[in-house]
Each structure stands twice: as C-alpha cells, then as structure tokens.
Design a protein around this ligand. Structure first.
Ligand SMILES: *Cc1c(COP(=O)(O)O)cnc(C)c1O
Length: 426
C-alpha cells in the first residue's frame, strides 16, 4: 500500500486491519474488563510497564481502533476518544493546566466551550483571557502571562463561521513556548489538517460531521506529537517531572512523542472518567467511513445556499467563507481550499423577531439543538445554545442577536432552497 494514504482512504480503512479469519468490520468489544493469567501480568499494566487492556475506562479495542483512525486522518501520533466534545476540550486543557494557571482562547467559539472556560474552569482556579482572533500580533502577545499554558481556537467558529489563521496562531503560541490547541470540529480532517499549519493538539466534537447522523455524542483529542515539552521543562512539569500516581514515572522520558496523550489517558481519563462507550465508538466509525463523501456534498450544497441567501434582498447579511467578499474568504482559500463546511450564519432584515418567525415557517429544515449532520437544520443561538451569554458576551463570541445558524445537510439542494424560499415568502 501507498505510504502516505489520504485522509479519505484513512477514513474508510484506517485503524482496523483484521488478520486472517477476523471480522472485516470493526467489532464492538462490549466488555468492561479483560482477562490475564497471572497477577504479575496485571500489575505491570497498572504501572504502565506493559501494554494491554484491563479496564475500558482506560482503554478498549473498539475505541482504540477508532481513535487510531482519527489520529491517522489528522496526521497525528495518537488520539483518545471522550464521551463528548465538552470532555475533549476540558481534558485537552486540564491535561496541562492546574489551579493557578492561565490560558488564552479566541472569543468566537462554541457557546458550551465559552461557558466551560469562563465559568467552570475559573472555579477550578484556571483563568482564561479571551482575545479577538483578528487582533494584530502585538495585541495577542500582550495577553500572555508567565503562567500561560496554551492558546486555543476553532478552525471554523461555531456559530460565527470565522476562520482561524492557524499558522499565525501557532507562530504566536510557539514564540511564547506554549502549544496551540485547535477545535477542528466543523472543518474535519477532510477539509483542514491543522497539524500541517503548526497546530500541536486537535480536538473534535465527533457528535457533529464525524458521526454525521446525529446518533452518538462523542469527542476526541489528537496529539501531533510535535510539541517539545522538554524544551519548556519548567512550564510543563506535569509532563516533565515524576507523576506520583505512577511511582514517579516521567511521561516525556518514558513516552517521548506520546507523552501528552498517554498522560491524558492514564491520568486524566483514569481519574475523571468520561470515556466514550464502545457502542458509540462503533457508530462513530461507521460515520467516519463516509465522512469524505458527506463533507463534499455539505460544502457543495452550502455554497449554493449561501449564494441564494446573499442574492435575496430580504437577507441582511450572510457569513460563509466560500463567498467572495466574505471577511474570511482569503483565510478560507488558504486553509479550506476544498470547501469549509455546511454551516452558514445569516440574519434577516427586520432583526431578531423576523428571524424567529422565518425559522418557525421552515418545513424541511428542522429546529433542533444540533448542527453538522446529514439533515438540514437551524438554530437561533441567542435563544438557544448561547442563551447563557450576555449581549456583550454574545458580540464577543461573534454572535449577533439576529444570527440564524443554518446547517446545510446532504439532501437535494433545490429542495433545501425551495424550503428557504417559501419560509422567506411567508
Ligand atoms: C458541539 C461542539 C462542541 C461540544 O461538543 P459536544 O459533543 O456537544 O459535547 C465543542 N466544539 C464545537 C466546535 C462544537 O460544535
């Protein structure tokens, strides 16, 4: 087989290579536990001296195969599945931050992530500073403190649809000796591979395009293996100095490029839980097998729908980076040359009330708290996902009060446009 398989091929075949007589399809290892012959064998597993399965909270063969598939498609060294995207973003940060630490995030991020950072992580004594991702280098650099541990952003922001300048963010983060973590949920590795632009760790809510059918909530953390933790020894002692919970093991010494993800699995997941169920990992794997086909169709449809909306005089504004003239068109061309995703944000003339009435008149497009699956759906973030935020926080998060988030599905695009048309007419 060719050495550097494309993300498309890896999505279909990656992660599971059955030997003679084994199932062609990845099986669900629906078992919490695994058998050993001697007490000593089991003891070695607990000390991370031998590799093997012993308890599904730490590792499970179904989960590992799916994690390996995603790691390969992102071009990373290893990945860990989590029970949700929320858990993925929390663990990705908590793995290298503790009470008294600080990190920086772009402000235009998913509402749930914003709450996690601004409220819950603050209660843990981990402080966040939100920055405007379009601010100049000096402004962003000024947000760094001696205890800053990472920089975070979303490839394509949910729901504002802004595009992150990943290469620039990586340069800024690295100049301060910290990793860049990117939530790549909306782009997926089919349309953007952030590691190729210098990003160090990628997260996903697999609930969205990766699953693609709205069947299973899940998340994943992928490690590029590229960040040199040892070069920042004193900043990341959690990885470079002995872990008492493993008899003084040092992750960077023992696991090298796999230090970060091994710690995430063997310490954070061990202690906090939030593992993805093997059943959900199995469903996620089926979704991944068609990710490349679906993403292509989502993007083709969304491009046509965005053009339709832009040309309708009742529409006040449209954000979609595939539209020439969009604020993020150039960054989109650089990072997402084959298409961005199916999500469009727009507002109607007449503001918030008109937007809500329009949504109520849609027939094919359902109002659901979901995004990025096969079926076209809509949401009004200011009333739903971002309801907890003040008007000022909304603006910071790139959410205008009249913003409608339209997630264009893979149905026939003429049918989708006809539905939008009749709702606008009504
Ligand atoms: C949905 C979403 C999340 C949260 O994921 P869940 O699977 O719902 O927990 C995080 N980031 C982005 C960009 C999302 O769209």
């Amino acid at each position: 087989m060719k050495k550097n398989l494309s993300a498309e091929t890896l999505c279909v075949q990656g992660g599971w290579s059955p030997k003679k007589g084994e199932p062609r399809v990845l099986p669900i290892f629906q078992s919490t536990t695994f058998k050993y012959d001697t007490s000593e064998q089991m003891a070695q597993l607990f000390d991370l001296e031998a590799e093997g399965y012993f308890y599904t909270r730490l590792q499970n063969p179904t989960n590992d195969a799916v994690a390996a598939k995603i790691a390969a498609s992102e071009g990373g060294v290893a990945a860990m599945l989590t029970s949700s995207g929320q858990a993925a973003n929390f663990y990705a940060i908590f793995n290298i931050c503790q009470t008294g630490d600080h990190f920086i995030s772009t402000s235009s991020i998913y509402g749930g992530t914003y709450n996690l950072f601004a409220v819950t992580m603050k209660k843990l004594g981990i402080e966040v500073t939100f920055i405007d991702q379009d601010a100049d280098d000096d402004t962003i650099l000024a947000a760094f403190r001696p205890n800053t541990k990472l920089l975070f952003g979303e490839t394509i922001a949910n729901p504002g649809c802004s595009v992150l300048d990943i290469e620039r963010m990586a340069r800024i983060a690295h100049s301060k000796g910290v990793p860049l973590i990117v939530d790549n949920t909306f782009a997926t590795p089919i349309n953007c591979r952030p590691f190729e632009w210098g990003c160090d760790i990628v997260t996903h809510s697999t609930t969205k395009y990766m699953d693609g059918h709205a069947t299973a909530v899940g998340g994943v953390i992928v490690d590029s293996g590229n960040f040199d933790w040892e070069a920042q020894h004193d900043k990341f002692t959690c990885l470079t100095e002995p872990d008492e919970s493993y008899h003084g093991l040092v992750y960077t010494e023992r696991f090298g490029k796999g230090a970060y993800i091994t710690k995430a699995t063997s310490q954070v997941m061990r202690d906090l839980g939030s593992i993805q169920s093997p059943q959900n990992a199995f469903l996620l794997n089926i979704g991944l097998e068609t990710l490349h086909l679906r993403m292509q169709r989502h993007c083709e449809n969304a491009q046509k729908v965005a053009e339709f909306l832009q040309n309708d005089e009742r529409v006040a504004w449209v954000h979609y980076c595939g539209l020439p003239g969009d604020k993020y068109y150039e960054l989109g061309q650089k990072y997402l040359p084959n298409g961005s995703c199916g999500v469009i944000s727009f507002g109607l003339k007449g503001g918030r009330d008109v937007s809500i009435r329009f949504m109520d008149n849609l027939k094919l497009a359902a109002i659901v708290t979901h995004v990025a699956d096969a079926r076209t759906c809509v949401l009004h973030p200011a009333s739903h996902t971002h309801r907890q935020l003040s008007d000022e926080q909304l603006r910071e998060a790139g959410v205008e009060p009249d913003l409608i988030r339209l997630s264009v599905g893979i149905e026939n695009v003429e049918d989708i446009i006809a539905d939008l048309q009749q709702a606008l007419d009504a």
